[in-house]
Write a new protein. Structure first.
Length: 95
């Protein structure tokens, strides 16, 4: 089974992210699945790092996201860094 790995950091700069303050994995499947909502960081935002090690997938971000083949692709093994606001979630679906 493939998982999307999510690590959240308090408004850190990309080169000095430090230790994650929130971590989660979301199972990647045939239907869209959401992460838990993210809490506020130091500036009301969080920097999150997302990666799927063994499954191409699609992701979507927002307060009630739904991932689909028309949302952002995330190839397996690629690490993406995103900004999220308090209450935002990440949704994922298999490619």
């Amino acid at each position: 089974m493939a998982d999307l790995s999510i690590s959240a950091y308090d408004a850190a700069v990309e080169v000095a992210m430090g230790y994650p303050v929130q971590q989660e994995t979301v199972a990647i499947g045939a239907v869209s699945a959401q992460s838990a909502a993210f809490s506020a960081g130091n500036l009301g935002i969080k920097r999150v790092r997302v990666c799927s090690l063994n499954q191409d997938c699609y992701i979507d971000l927002g307060s009630s996201p739904t991932a689909s083949t028309s949302t952002e692709p995330l190839p397996k093994g690629v690490v993406e860094v995103k900004w999220l606001k308090q209450g935002d979630k990440i949704a994922v679906i298999a490619a």
